[in-house]
Ligand binder design. Structure first.
Ligand code: SAM
Ligand code: SF4
Length: 475
């Protein structure tokens, strides 16, 4: 399946609630069937692939038909109140299924499970299992318990779990691009964010297992990996071997890049305070590391950034953007933005708009502030910007970004893009669709020249819409 980039995203809705879709020709030979639906960030989607692997080892085969499932799992997100409401609503839809099939189990995984713990079972009577992000290895035991009518809860967070030895079962895969988780948790404590509480302390995964997973993917025909972490720049792993030197993110990037020039590498998310020149020079050095950085700023006002505990100023952020553009000319840049954070004034909001004018982001994920229980902001500050003001400011941010993203598409017209083909275009099986190095969706007519999914093609861009570059193949 190809996920085309929408020109503007207030929130990346394209994958929310996506269910497991077994690959074509998949024969489910397992005694019991599970159905899994995922919400939230890419980390959650990657986690669902680990869960699928653990369940397969226990005799559960995947189904995309919820009606025939013996086990329904919902991998949840807590980042905003709306994300939690969506999951609650979805759970009510499973009630009638459970009535028809009382032995069917319903499990809640991920951040909402971690945040609400056993309260979930009190509030949502139909839920049998509540399992936090670090406790997926205990799923088989919890299922056995739940089969006997007991409710199964494990929300223990870990300091060292990285699931490094578990080979994820690729869900909804196009066979070309895959996520590879390189670390878990977050130590940053941004005041608005629930992630440090739901995903625990930051820990980096064994570098050898990451390289091995990328190599296996390449051998299986995959041509792009996205290395995932809440803050990839603080990746830091040291082997137990005597005198071993720590592996940094720049070193890891380099090692993955050296697997094959045909393997493209993307990564997310970078933190402005941590991204180093070393990482930028590594990106510049390897053609197969994509020239694209997701560098969330959250606000353009230094006062807001301080209250958000982001630990950088507007000026620091601008200096980082300048450095990126100096070392990697033409590098794609995207961001996350929050409007209406506690005490935000019109002046702070104008600072956000002017920062956007400066950066001209190619892509932005934009949200209005949603207070999350237990976070530093919820404890320290009043959520005092009225909702209509938050939303009006968000709309202004979205409107401005729309101008910038269209401009960024138009700049590509007349240029040649190296496209990794991900599959048929959504609109026509007579066209290929893929992405350019700087993460733009490119569509072009198929010709009889042996190209297939996973091939690279040089495409001259002839026109564009707000979300897609349209071109034709050049020899
Ligand atoms: N680790 C990444 C970072 O530092 O940018 C992203 C983590 S979070 C899963 C993704 C985005 O959700 C954040 O960058 C932020 O813009 C948004 N977000 C987090 N908490 C929020 C809240 N309470 N209200 C609105 N948006 C929020
Ligand atoms: Fe949340 Fe900040 Fe960590 Fe990102 S860096 S996950 S926004 S605490």
């Amino acid at each position: 399946m190809l996920l085309e980039i929408a020109p503007v995203k207030i929130h990346d809705e394209t994958r929310q609630g996506e269910s497991f879709a077994p690959a074509e020709g998949y024969v489910n030979e397992f005694a019991r069937k599970f159905y899994i639906e995922s919400y939230g960030c890419a980390m959650n989607f990657a986690d669902s692939e680990v869960v699928a692997s653990i369940l397969q080892g226990e005799g559960f085969g995947a189904t995309r038909n919820v009606e025939e499932a013996d086990l329904i799992l919902v991998n949840t997100c807590s980042i905003r109140e709306k994300a939690e409401q969506t999951v609650r609503k979805r759970l009510t839809e499973f009630r009638s299924l459970k009535r028809k099939n009382p032995s069917m189990l319903v499990g809640v995984l991920g951040c909402m499970a971690e945040r609400l713990k056993s309260k979930f079972i009190e509030e949502e009577k139909l839920v049998d299992l509540v399992v936090g992000p670090d406790a997926y290895r205990s799923l088989p035991a919890l299922i056995t318990e739940a089969d006997t009518g007991q409710k199964g809860v494990n929300v223990l967070l870990s300091r060292d779990e990285t699931y490094s030895d578990i080979a994820p079962v690729r869900l909804n895969s196009n066979g070309v691009t895959a996520f590879v988780s390189i670390m878990r948790g977050c130590n940053n404590m941004c005041s608005f964010c629930v992630v440090p509480f739901t995903r625990g302390r930051e820990r980096s995964r064994d570098a050898h297992s990451i390289i091995e997973e990328c190599k296996t993917l390449f051998d299986q025909g995959y041509r792009e990996v996205t290395l995932l972490g809440q803050n990839v720049d603080s990746y830091h792993w040291t082997s137990n071997v005597t005198d071993a030197k720590p592996v940094t993110f720049a070193m890891l990037l380099e090692q993955v890049a050296q697997l094959s020039p045909l393997l493209r590498i993307r990564f997310s998310t970078s933190h402005p305070k941590d991204i180093t020149d070393e990482v930028l020079f590594t990106i510049a050095k390897y053609e197969n590391i994509c020239n694209y950085i997701h560098l969330p700023v959250q606000s353009g006002s230094t006062r807001m950034l301080q209250m958000m505990n982001r630990t950088y100023t507007r000026e620091w952020y601008i200096a980082k953007v300048n450095r990126i553009r100096e070392i990697i000319p033409g590098c794609g840049l995207s961001t996350d933005m929050i409007t209406g954070f506690c005490t935000e004034t019109e002046e702070d909001h104008q600072d956000t708009l002017s920062l956007m004018e400066y950066c001209e982001y190619d892509l932005a994920y934009m949200y209005f502030y949603s207070e999350r229980p237990g976070t530093l902001a919820a404890r320290r500050y009043e959520d005092d910007v009225p909702e209509d003001v938050k939303k009006r400011r968000l709309q202004e941010v979205v409107n401005l970004h729309r101008i910038h993203s269209l401009k960024s598409m138009q700049k590509e017209v007349g240029k040649i893009a190296k496209v990794l083909i991900e599959g048929d275009s959504k609109k026509s099986d007579q066209h290929w669709a893929g992405r350019s190095d700087n993460n733009k969706v490119v569509v072009f007519p198929k010709t009889n020249n042996g190209l297939d999914k996973g091939s690279y093609a040089d495409v001259i861009i002839e026109s564009c819409t707000a979300g897609t570059l349209i071109g034709k193949l050049i020899n």
